[in-house]
Design a protein around this ligand. Structure first.
Ligand SMILES: *[C@@H]1O[C@H](CO)[C@@H](O)[C@H](O)[C@H]1NC(C)=O
Ligand SMILES: *[C@@H]1O[C@H](CO)[C@@H](O)[C@H](O)[C@H]1NC(C)=O
Ligand SMILES: *[C@@H]1O[C@H](CO)[C@@H](O)[C@H](O)[C@H]1NC(C)=O
Length: 361
């Protein structure tokens, strides 16, 4: 019996049967795949993709975490500040108020130079000598100079009335209510910066110096500052200190603890014995101080502020701003700007001889 009937040979029938079996089987398998396989495969494919996707997300998250930890995005270097280790913590300089102020000094004039001289109440003789010599507001004919002595407050109130009397007589004292100590010298400098920014913002230049520094204001103004263009901004110069590192020896005058400054190096700065800057920088330095952590080394701190504002210190010959005492001779002092460790009587003596002899050098 065969289902092909009698009109095909048995051999032919077997061939036909096999063909039918193959065709039906193929169709069936195809149908099964068509009905189930695509969804299954798609699902498989999808879950595989999901797996990959979630891995990607995880990696992304981990990368973000890494970026946040290391502070690096797009290979960017951390801000210069962080490299030096002083994080942005506000300086406690905003809360101090003026006890003695000279708000009117620049009301009717725009000084060419504001002298900000760091001093303590006891240094009466220094102030007197400076007023009569290089710090006289008439020291350089035809140039408006404003002189201010900067003070904090002292625990013993005995000097209070003396200081007020001195202030009433000379109108060249500013004082804020921070304790006048070595570790607060940065507050003193910032007080001066704040004064210039608030009451004399048009000043062309300002100089911060100390009462034991002789300043040849004549040379400073005539030779250095007057030749600069009237539009000079972001100008800062003095005795450049570059590549300095924190001193951890407690016996040093410049000792600084790891706690106060954990960084490994300082940014370039100018010795606090005397630095000169364009008037616009006063506000910029005050502004920077709002975000730069306080350290007591006044000059180093100003260096941090300059760095934060992207200001580069102008290098000058080291023979101009001297951080040691230059032995006096009129022709020597005629071509320097600062000399350190000066006694009150020397301020007067050197200035007088300089006036007499300057034309003979
Ligand atoms: C992500 O970081 C964690 C630990 O922080 C680690 O266990 C995990 O394997 C990381 N994942 C990827 C995808 O790198
Ligand atoms: C600095 O001044 C403030 C405010 O008067 C005072 O509290 C602080 O003790 C002073 N710092 C030092 C080191 O004298
Ligand atoms: C002070 O600094 C902030 C940023 O720290 C800036 O937005 C602001 O404009 C600055 N102001 C001045 C007067 O420079």
């Amino acid at each position: 019996m065969n289902y092909c009937g009698g009109f095909l040979s048995p051999r032919e029938c077997t061939k036909r049967s096999l063909f039918l079996v193959f065709t039906i089987s193929f169709t069936a398998i195809y149908l099964i795949f068509y009905l189930y396989a695509p969804h299954h495969l798609a699902a498989l494919f999808k879950s595989d993709n999901l797996h990959k996707e979630s891995e990607k997300n995880l990696l992304k998250k981990n990368l973000t975490n890494f970026k946040q930890i290391s502070g690096k995005e797009n290979g960017e270097l951390p801000p210069e500040n962080e490299k030096s280790g002083n994080k942005a913590t506000p300086t406690p300089t905003q809360s101090f108020t003026f006890i003695i102020n000279e708000e009117e000094k620049c009301k009717d004039k725009t000084p060419f130079l504001v002298l900000l001289i760091s001093t303590t109440a006891a240094e009466l003789q220094h102030r007197r000598a400076i007023r009569e010599s290089w710090g006289s507001e008439a020291a350089v004919p035809g140039v408006d100079i404003v002189r201010l002595f900067m003070l904090g407050i002292e625990n013993k109130g005995a000097n209070k009335d003396v200081l007020l009397r001195e202030s009433n007589q000379y109108h060249d004292i500013i004082q804020q209510d921070f304790l006048d100590t070595y570790n607060n010298l940065t507050l003193k400098t910032l007080m001066g910066m704040r004064w210039v920014a608030s009451y004399c913002s048009g000043a062309r230049f300002a100089m911060k110096t100390d009462s034991d520094v002789f300043v040849n204001t004549m040379y400073l103004i005539e030779k250095l500052l007057r030749p600069l263009p009237p539009s000079t901004q972001n100008y800062f110069t003095g005795h450049l200190m570059k590549g300095h590192t924190p001193i951890r020896n407690k016996a040093s005058k410049w000792y600084i603890s790891e706690e106060e400054f954990p960084g490994k190096k300082y940014h370039p700065f100018c010795s606090g014995t005397g630095y000169v800057f364009s008037g616009d920088l006063a506000a910029k330095i005050v502004n920077a101080s709002l975000t730069i952590k306080y350290i007591h080394l006044e000059d180093v701190y100003i260096g941090f502020c300059l760095n934060a504002k992207g200001v580069e210190i102008v290098p000058l010959s080291y023979s101009l701003f001297n951080i040691h005492k230059v032995p006096f001779s009129p022709c020597m002092y005629n071509k320097i700007i600062t000399s350190h460790h000066i006694q009150p009587h020397e301020h007067i003596l050197y200035w007088e001889i300089l006036q007499e002899k300057k034309h003979t050098c």
